[in-house]
Write a protein that binds this ligand. Structure first.
Ligand code: ADP
Ligand code: ZN
Length: 611
């Protein structure tokens, strides 16, 4: 009996708590609007208004010149209605739905009903499983979607054509594994999808399953990390056992970094659970037979923290980059989502795409959704540009930047920065040619320049290394030349770090200093995270240390100055490359050729064929 009472009190407390949360949420939803009530009043005075629609405190205003805006009543204004009617303005009141006493009772008691429902549900489940259900921790949490429930296809994924191309062959394989193998096709077991949140990694994985019509198991890395040692590992075992039965199939692991962090990096200790889970996963992957036709797809935003063992051949050895969409991609994604809702003729998705740099696919889908909600609030039949603008403001203000949405200045300075890298890289001798530059934010970097190595890097000449150092400083120098020393951003941290490490290695490991000679002044395989032990096993005198520092500095200074001279000699290219980057956001090697030859820039390939 005591148990019964305890149970009852427990549920009552939960019920009351959730009820109050629900209600405060209910009230807080009413706020959040940019108010310019005074200009609305002045518009009334000056006879500029044709019609208003009022929903509680929100007012949608249609002016006589057919301009429209929203405003918000700051406090009770009893005279408002009279004033409006006096001016012959058409007033529509929109009734908030739940007004009756009965409905409001239902609303405030709703959480209670839900709880009671769940309570019954769990009770029944426990009874059915004889208590096992509630405690069967080990079972895999992987959710399986049966074959025909996945209706997602590649057509539902937009704005990441490269990634889509890269995974297309998996579909053929999953459809007819036998035939594919007979033809000698080799398929990777594991694919790592790398990219910021909301760029469609999950969507793409599900589209592969949908196209191939195979089952799709999905689980999040964080589901493996439990309080009790051993549970994560057994969950992995279960998941693989379960999926083997339904092969061919896809297993999707979101946030793999939650389990897949480097082992033994040992910060804080006590990561036994995670390591066991990771080990189990590696064991399972190695146990895959060639013909088992299970494809593992994992997603992460932080490939740099993953345990290298995960990335070895035969494991997640193929990487697919799913980046933030560029202008073109954003337009495609917007079009895709706009197709599902009624849109007014004045909506131009390319204008919206231009003003949403840094938005992910999920942000854009959210944008369409928010606009639809705003329109619904005022009973509009279609969504117009105004609603989209309002929704954009709301998202921009609301999410003080989870992802990176760039200001115009940021965009310009990033363009100069990346152009600086490219130009120096093109002009210094012996440097790999830049094959693609982008100012779309990626990871924690604002822009990226990709250099394509001409041959495998087994050994590099001194000459080439110095060129790399110059190129690394090209970004920062471009900013400095354009904006002056005071306004240089902190965005060059990584460039400086890499350049400094390179220079230091040249002096201390690779014997490129005449003064110090070809001697090793550092432990060759010293790990980065151990470098704080460096001073302990130092093998040289303080005086030598001083010379090393001087030599490193000299080497950097020399290449820094070279880069500055190159940029100053080619300022016109710097400006035109910046313009091209702002216009296209991503430019390829052909366009870089044009810019370097001071010719007109051709249109990027990925924009030519589509309408
Ligand atoms: P991720 O797994 O990369 O975090 P998701 O695949 O979960 O992102 O994306 C969340 C939602 O955002 C999707 O369900 C989809 O509605 C929308 N979305 C994201 N990227 C795209 C895209 N490239 N094309 C169309 N919709 C997208
Ligand atoms: Zn840089």
């Amino acid at each position: 009996m005591n148990d019964m009472v305890k149970n009852l009190i427990f549920w009552l407390v939960i019920a009351i708590a959730s009820m109050s949360i629900f209600q405060s949420y209910h009230y807080s939803k009413i706020k959040n609007n940019q108010i310019d009530y005074s200009s609305f009043i002045s518009d009334i005075k000056h006879n500029k208004i044709n019609e208003v629609k009022i929903n509680k405190k929100n007012i949608y205003v249609i002016k006589k010149d057919n301009n429209r805006y929203y405003t918000h009543i700051p406090m009770q204004d009893h005279k408002l209605l009279n004033n409006l009617l006096k001016k012959n303005i058409k007033v529509t009141g929109l009734v908030s739905k739940h007004k009756g006493i009965f409905t409001s009772i239902i609303i405030s008691w709703f959480p209670m009903f839900v709880l009671v429902f769940f309570w019954f549900f769990f009770m029944r489940k426990i009874q059915i499983n004889g208590g096992k259900g509630a405690l069967s921790f080990g079972n895999s949490k992987a959710k399986e979607f049966s074959t025909n429930s996945i209706k997602i296809t590649f057509n539902d994924v937009a704005g990441c054509d490269e990634a889509k191309e890269e995974v297309r062959e998996l579909v053929d394989y999953l459809r007819e594994p036998k035939r594919f193998q007979k033809l000698g096709g080799k398929i990777p077991k594991g694919i790592l999808m790398i990219g910021p949140p909301g760029t469609g990694k999950t969507l793409l994985a599900r589209a592969i399953a949908g196209e191939a019509k195979v089952p799709f198991f999905s689980i999040s890395g964080s589901d493996f990390v439990e309080m009790f040692v051993g549970i994560g590992a057994s969950r992995v075992r279960d998941m693989f056992a379960q999926s083997r039965k339904s092969a061919p199939c896809i297993i999707f692991i979101d946030e793999i970094d939650a389990v897949g962090r480097k082992r033994g990096s040992g910060l804080g200790g006590g990561h036994d659970e995670r390591e066991q889970t990771l080990n189990q996963m590696l064991v399972e992957m190695d146990g895959f037979e060639e013909n088992e036709s299970i494809i593992l797809i994992a997603a992460t935003n932080r490939p740099d923290v993953l345990d290298p063992a995960l990335l070895r051949p035969g494991r997640f050895d193929r990487q697919v980059f799913v980046g933030l969409p560029d202008i073109r991609g954003r337009k495609d994604i917007l079009d895709l989502h706009m197709n599902k809702v009624p849109i007014s003729k004045d909506v131009d998705s390319s204008i919206l795409a231009r003003s949403t740099p840094g938005f992910s696919g999920a942000d854009l889908s959210n944008l369409v959704n928010e606009a639809a909600l705003i329109a619904a609030k005022f009973n509009f039949n279609v969504i117009s540009m105004l609603e989209f603008e309002k929704a954009k403001d709301k998202i921009l203000m609301g999410s003080e930047r989870k992802s990176m949405i760039m200001s115009n200045f940021q965009k310009e300075s990033t363009a100069y920065h990346e152009a600086g890298h490219v130009i120096v890289g093109r002009i210094v001798p012996n440097h790999d040619p830049a094959h693609k530059v982008t100012i779309i934010p990626r990871g924690r970097a604002l822009g990226v320049t990709f250099f394509l190595p001409k041959e495998d890097i087994l050994s590099i000449s001194k000459n080439k290394l110095e060129s790399q150092i110059s190129t690394l400083y090209g970004g920062r120098l471009a900013e400095e030349i354009i904006y002056g020393k005071e306004k240089v951003s902190t965005g060059s941290y990584n460039d400086i770090k890499v350049a400094t490490e390179l220079a230091r290695n040249m002096i201390t490991k690779w014997g490129f200093s005449d003064k110090l000679g070809p001697l090793l002044y550092a432990d060759s395989d010293e790990e980065d995270f151990l470098s704080h032990n460096f001073s302990k096993n130092k093998k040289f005198s303080d005086n030598t240390a001083k010379i090393i520092d001087e030599e490193v500095k000299l080497l950097i200074q020399k290449n820094y100055n070279r880069a500055r001279k190159i940029l100053n000699d080619n300022l016109d290219i710097l400006h035109s490359m910046k313009d091209a980057l702002i216009k296209y956001e991503t430019i390829d090697s052909k366009q870089i050729d044009d810019l370097m030859n001071r010719k007109e820039v051709r249109i990027p390939i990925n924009r030519r064929e589509k309408k």
